[in-house]
Design a protein around this ligand. Structure first.
Ligand code: ZN
Length: 482
């Protein structure tokens, strides 16, 4: 019997690889019975919990205070901002009954919470001294998405953080948006190890009700992108209908500038899986692994001393907040190795009778497959050291996959060739509404989406729009999105 329980080429078939690993590693179960809703299982939940904590720490450090808002939004609030209601209405689940009674007012099951937060901002914010006012919540949100469901990537309920913030000036609001982009970089790449590019989205693709939307994209094997956190400059679009005002230093009444940021952890988890996984299964950065260390006692049934030593090591590591399990099941060691490799546990410790005699153990690293002999007395420092090295190496591997993914294109036909395998870059007339026609041509012909213009690097367009031939004002990126 082959011990190898997972063996799919991620490079050749990333889509099948993803579908299978979700099942085999028990990340989510799709059989719940409500279309578009899935059950998140412990192995993904543990990792996402850790991902949440890193994000929240970062946001708190930047002055955001945590709230818990109701999941229901009164219809009259929901419909106050015109573009917002138009954009979201097709996706809203409505609560119309309570028991057998018809409600006087319908309640929206939050698809996002701008209209919940800003109705309260109007009551809480009085003077310039209350600003900036920075909030966030961790929430599940509901959207009646009609496209095909894919676990973590696209479903009708997802788990995210949303920040909602008010500022006295547009400049401060924009600075906070740059702060959001830095958070994305520090957490999504710094901790999750997922490299991203940051874009200003075209006007036709912005958040309903925003002046501008900025968003990061992660690149997956196969050259597709996955949208990462977006942040929206709402300007005064919401503060006017919601009456979010403050008195300034001259006692004058002013409308606040609002921004919001929505890192979707359940979707970012998909990027983590797709970025780091290999043909044997999952790989996790040490910091966010659902389980960090697996201990495998060899011949423990014959030598109880070994199990005792394993338990001692487990206790020692747990004292430092490292998550550890001992696999003392009746499976053969080879089977256990493959299983925990498929699960993506960063470090494996093996202890057999001969190791124990020498007061040594074997330490295996999931990222590079290397096994080293370590002294049991140094086990804590070895685990920490190798955990760090593993995370660093996974980042390095991910960045390497990034190199050369962008290809310059001079024609729509060239874009078509690149899209799906990589990211096309081209000169373009305009990302304002006047450019939408040209974008439609590109999207129809190539099957990719216009992701926008980069704000994380400096580049200037010269030459002509790849579609209409007018003078190019922007350099755009085109890719297929998950
Ligand atoms: Zn054009």
């Amino acid at each position: 019997m082959a011990d190898n329980i997972f063996n799919i080429s991620k490079e050749k078939n990333p889509s099948e690889w993803f579908t299978e690993i979700v099942k085999v590693a028990e990340l989510a179960d799709m059989r719940y019975g409500v279309k578009g809703f899935l059950v998140f299982q412990p192995w993904s939940v543990e990792a996402m919990e850790k991902m949440f904590i890193y994000l929240e720490k970062n946001l708190k450090k930047r002055g955001h205070k945590k709230y818990w808002f109701p999941a229901l939004i009164p219809e009259k609030n929901f419909t106050l901002e015109g573009d917002h209601v138009e954009g979201f209405t097709p996706e809203v689940f409505w609560v119309e009954h309570a028991g057998s009674e018809l409600l006087e007012e319908r309640l929206a099951l939050r698809p996002t919470s701008e209209t919940a937060f800003y109705s309260m901002f109007a009551m809480w914010i009085r003077s310039y001294k209350d600003l900036p006012f920075k909030t966030y919540q961790r929430a599940n949100v509901f959207r009646y998405d009609t496209k095909m469901t894919r676990p973590f990537l696209r479903s009708r309920e997802f788990h995210w953080i949303e920040t909602h913030n008010a500022f006295a000036t547009e400049k401060e609001a924009y600075d906070n948006i740059l702060g959001d982009m830095q958070t994305t970089k520090d957490v999504v790449f710094g901790i999750y190890g997922v490299p991203t590019m940051v874009f200003k989205r075209p006007q036709w693709d912005k958040f309903p009700g925003a002046d501008n939307t900025y968003g990061a994209d992660a690149i997956t094997p196969g050259g597709r992108v996955i949208q990462q956190p977006s942040t929206h400059m709402l300007g005064q679009n919401f503060s006017k209908p919601f009456n979010v005002t403050f008195t300034d230093e001259n006692e004058k009444e002013q409308y606040a500038y609002l921004t919001c940021y929505g890192p979707c952890v359940s979707r970012m988890f998909a990027s983590v899986v797709l970025t780091h996984g290999d043909d044997k299964g999952l790989r996790f950065p040490f910091e966010i692994a659902p389980l960090q260390v697996i201990i495998i006692p060899i011949l423990a049934d014959k030598e109880p001393k070994i199990l005792k030593e394993c338990e001692k090591i487990k206790e020692l590591l747990e004292k430092d907040g490292i998550s550890v399990e001992i696999d003392n099941s009746s499976k053969r060691p080879g089977e256990k190795f493959y299983f925990w490799e498929m699960k993506g546990v960063p470090l494996r410790i093996e202890i057999g009778p001969r190791d124990l005699e020498k007061k040594k153990a074997l330490l295996y690293r999931r990222d590079n497959g290397k096994k080293i002999e370590i002294e049991i007395k140094n086990i804590k420092s070895e685990v920490v050291k190798n955990g760090e090295a593993l995370s660093k190496n996974l980042k390095k591997i991910a960045e390497k996959d990034f190199v050369g993914i962008v290809k310059d294109c001079k024609t729509v036909a060239e874009i078509k060739k690149v899209v799906g395998k990589g990211i096309a870059r081209a000169n373009f007339c305009s990302c304002g509404m006047d450019g939408e026609k040209c974008a439609t041509v590109i999207e129809k012909e190539s099957g990719g989406e216009v992701r926008g213009t980069r704000i994380d690097i400096n580049e200037k367009a010269k030459g002509k729009c790849v579609v209409c031939g007018k003078a190019a004002k922007e350099i755009i990126y085109i890719a297929k999105a998950y």
